[in-house]
Each structure stands twice: as C-alpha cells, then as structure tokens.
Design a protein around this ligand. Structure first.
Ligand code: AMP
Ligand code: MG
Length: 506
C-alpha cells in the first residue's frame, strides 16, 4: 500500500457508513473478513454507478480505493458481513444457502450535496464466507465482467436492477473447469434482501426474526403498506401485494426486451423487484420462446417463455413464508392473485410502447401475438426486428411512396409479414407516425448485451485489454442512442455466437 490516505473519509468528505442491516442482529448474518487478492487492477468501472453513491470521479484511480473494492482493505466504519438465506432452487427446497461469496460492507450514505441515495455496497467474490458450503468464495473474471456489464445495461434499459460500480481483476488463480483468474464485482442496491431471506426464517419457525425482517423492509422500502386499507388493512398482505406488483412489472420488462435470467431460484429474487444475480443470463438473439440460456438447466425450467409463470411460483413461496405474519390464507392468496392482473397489464403496457402506441390499444394483444409467432417461426433476430420496425415507422411516408424493405427482409415468410405490416400500419396513421417512431426508438434498444459481445470483452480482458469492456459499457449505458462509432455492437450475432455455452459455473 503506497497510498498516503488511510481513511476513505479523507478522500470523500462527508462520506458515512451506515450498517442498518448489521443492526438487525446476529441472527441475520455472520461477520466475515474478506480475503485479499494480489495486485488488483480495474477491469471496468461505471461512472454513473459511482455518482449514485457520491464517490468522487477520481476515487478509482486511488490505490486505496482499488484495494478497498478488491476486498483487500476494510474502510473504517464498514462491518463486512455475509447474510443468511435459504431458498427453492429449480423447484425444490434447497435449505440454507446464504452469501457464499459476497461481503456486505455496509450502507453508504453520501453527503447530502451529492443527492445520492443510500446504497448497500457488496463485494462479490471477496473470498470464503460462513455460507460458502463447497465453494471457494471466488468469482471468475468472465462471470464478473458479464455481471458488471449486464447490471449497467439493464439500468440503461430502464429495467430495475442492482447496480455494479466496478470489476477489480487479479492474477489470483481460481479453478473451475479449467484454471481461471479471480475478480471482485462491487454491487450496489438499496438492499440485497431476497425472497430467500424470508423463506429462511419462516422455514425454521423463527417468527420473531421473520417479523423483524419484514418490518425492516416495509419501514424502509414499502412504508405505504402500513396505511393501505386494502386487504383488510393487513400491512404484511399489502407488502406481499406490492412485491407481487413490482415483480410482475420487472418480469414484463424482461420479456419485452428479450432477457432470459437463467436461474430464477427464489434466492435470486429481490424483495425490491430488482433484477439480481447475473449468471447464465442471455438477451435473445433469434426469437424462440422455448430458449434455455442456462446450459445447466436440463429441464428447461427457466426457459424464456416460462419466466412470468416462474415469478408467480416464486411469489407463492414468498407468500407461504409470510403466512405466519399475515395470519390469513385467503388474504395471502388475494395478494398473490393480483399477479394475474398486474402481469398482463405490465406486459400490455410494454408491448404498446414497443409498437409505438402511447396507450394500450384494443386488439393490441392479437397484433403482438401474431408478430411474435412470425418471429418465432423464422427465428428472426429479436432486437434487430424491433429496431428496424421503429425505423420503418419513421421512414414510412405513404404519399412519397418510400419503400423500406428492411423489416420484411428479416423474414422467410414474406406473405405473413406483409399481411402483418399492413394490419399494423392501419393503426399508425400518418399524423401519429412521428410520435410513434419517437416512442419506439426510445423503447426498442439498438444495443443489448448479447452473449457474443460479452465474450469479446472477456477475451480482450483476459489479455489485459480492458478497452472492449469500456466501449461496450458506453454502448449499453445509452442503448437507445445511435452511436455510429459503436455500430458493430448492434449487428447480428456472428456464427460462432451459437457455440457459446453459459452454465452456472461462475
Ligand atoms: P447462485 O446460483 O450464483 O445464485 O448461487 C447459489 C448459492 O451458491 C449462493 O448461496 C451463492 O452464494 C453460492 N455460491 C455460488 N458460487 C459460489 C462460490 N464460488 N463460492 C461460494 N459460494 C458460492
Ligand atoms: Mg444467487
């Protein structure tokens, strides 16, 4: 350590650690010591995530901060800990899991002038924890780059997500199917509490702790549930309903953008309805509803089209866990059943925007279903289709007789797409064309984190070239903008993309 600064407060005046999770008490976590990695280096960092917690722009250039974010040095005021949770994995009760490789440093309350929101700071891959079970507490470079880029990509897309501040790499060896190197991702979220935290205390009949956890989350993140008069004014039932609604909204956004999570176990479901735990995720290339992105998912439990139902199943697990607090089965079911209206509503709203409609239209579901069927039949590239359709609407000028075949060229079934485009164009009248195209170009991204793009960044990073990570981040932070110098990231996937195999190994 050559840094002359010994305390982060000197680097970022006004910075203050809060340890509100730690204040819950020792039933909820175990204190831990992070395990250092030798000579860490910055693989990628997000200025936008950094500003979220009011960390000065130059902080990551400091050796001190690099060591803090690699888990090599604990900043004063932080209390590293790993939280305990349980959960259902692939449809079966898996028992106790917990943060097997994540250290919660505490919560960062930025100085008021930074307008930042308090966020928990978690180092993923910072070494063994009391919950590591058979694992080594580490994360490899490839999966850390994917998590980092995807967190920031989802934020760029406007989809609720945990954030990622940086990836610190090291030559420290880590053994998976072959030798790899270690990395640490700094993740940020208002809280990392998962459905599995509630399942843990409920399963063990620790009802006092269950209530304490629910009260903590309600008071901080769902205070309106205390005053809600629906569901007999039962705050816990209203809490379950609010989580149900947020989860429905999140999954509807996943489906609309073609995001496949890959491991929707209940321990990977955020109580805030944030996308969390980026592992074998994938943005669809060709549209195929049955797509399974996780090589380890032999049964296809988490296939793309199943995600909305899996979320509902997971919410039932949460409902079961909260039953001792709600104390009424009917109310619990009533809260969960709102999924049946909130999901379709959220889905309709997403599809309306994709189609350029300012509000949900009569007959819109048929229109959307019909085009998805055509996309699936011809395995058309999902993101490119929607982006081209947005430009097609923009370019269409009946009076000028402009001919734009860019959409129909994507399909083998020309008659099918011609008929659909005719049906669709009747709804986009000449006067509404500009507004519709505007909305579509802000809804249908040009840049998504396709597997092969992540792979390009990873290959370069393994050779200590971190420029692709930075370029990709730039594209993904503004996924709706034309960025001519980054055009190649908006292309069709190359042939080798279909050979990429992503599993739970991370
Ligand atoms: P995931 O499938 O990544 O959500 O992880 C499921 C569980 O395994 C969680 O409790 C993780 O903390 C734990 N885990 C995953 N990988 C490791 C690892 N390399 N070392 C320790 N625990 C791990
Ligand atoms: Mg997980």
């Amino acid at each position: 350590m050559h840094d002359t600064l010994s305390d982060p407060a000197q680097l970022a005046p006004g910075w203050r650690w809060d340890n509100s999770f730690a204040a819950l008490g020792s039933d909820f976590y175990t204190p831990m010591a992070t395990q250092p990695i030798a000579q860490p280096y910055v693989v990628g960092h997000s200025a936008s995530a950094q500003s979220l917690i009011g960390l000065p722009a130059h902080a990551l250039q400091s050796e001190l901060w690099q060591h803090i974010l690699a888990g090599n040095q604990v900043p004063s005021g932080a209390q590293p800990l790993s939280t305990v949770y349980s959960g259902h994995q692939f449809g079966v009760w898996a028992g106790q899991l917990g943060d097997g490789r994540a250290a919660l440093l505490g919560e960062m309350a930025p100085p008021p002038e930074h307008n930042g929101v308090a966020h928990e700071i978690q180092l993923k891959g910072a070494g063994l924890t009391p919950y590591s079970r058979m694992g080594d507490g580490r994360a490899v470079l490839r999966s850390s780059i994917r998590e980092f880029l995807c967190s920031e990509a989802m934020h760029g897309l406007g989809i609720p997500t945990t954030r990622a501040l940086c990836v610190m790499g090291s030559d420290h060896p880590v053994y998976r199917e072959q030798p790899e190197t270690a990395a640490v991702v700094t993740r940020l979220a208002p809280t990392f509490i998962r459905f599995g935290h509630f399942e843990h205390f409920s399963h063990h009949d620790l009802h006092a702790q269950l209530r304490q956890l629910a009260d903590f989350v309600i008071d901080r993140f769902y205070p309106q549930c205390r005053a809600d008069t629906r569901l007999n004014g039962n705050a816990y039932a209203n809490f379950l309903q609010a989580v149900t609604e947020r989860t429905a909204a999140m999954v509807a956004q996943w489906q609309a953008v073609g995001f496949c999570h890959g491991v929707m176990n209940t321990d990977n479901m955020s109580i805030l309805g944030l996308t969390i735990d980026y592992g074998p995720f994938q943005f669809l290339d060709a549209f195929y509803p049955g797509h399974i992105c996780n090589h380890s998912d032999n049964q296809g439990r988490y296939a793309f089209y199943k995600q909305p139902n899996v979320a509902y199943w997971n919410l039932y697990c949460l409902g079961q866990a909260l039953l001792p607090l709600i104390e009424d089965q009917e109310l619990t079911i009533a809260a969960l059943e709102t999924y049946k209206t909130s999901y379709p509503q959220a889905q309709d709203a997403c599809m309306a925007a994709k189609l350029g409609f300012p509000a949900v239209q009569e007959g819109q579901r048929d229109l959307a279903d019909n085009v998805l069927r055509l996309l699936a039949a011809d395995r058309v590239d999902y993101s490119i289709f929607w982006r081209r359709l947005s430009h097609w609407v923009n370019n269409r000028d009946d009076s000028a007789g402009v001919k734009d075949d860019s959409v129909r060229d994507l399909f083998l079934d020309r008659a099918g797409i011609d008929a659909w485009l005719l049906q669709y164009s009747e709804r986009i009248t000449q006067t509404r064309r500009g507004l519709a195209a505007d909305l579509m170009l802000k809804t249908n991204p040009k840049y998504v984190l396709r597997n092969h793009l992540g792979e390009l960044a990873i290959r370069a990073a393994k050779n200590k070239n971190f420029s692709v990570v930075a370029q990709l981040l730039r594209a993904l932070e503004h996924p709706f903008d034309e960025q001519p110098e980054l055009e190649s990231f908006a292309d069709f996937p190359p042939d080798w993309a279909s050979g990429i195999s992503i599993s739970c190994s991370s």
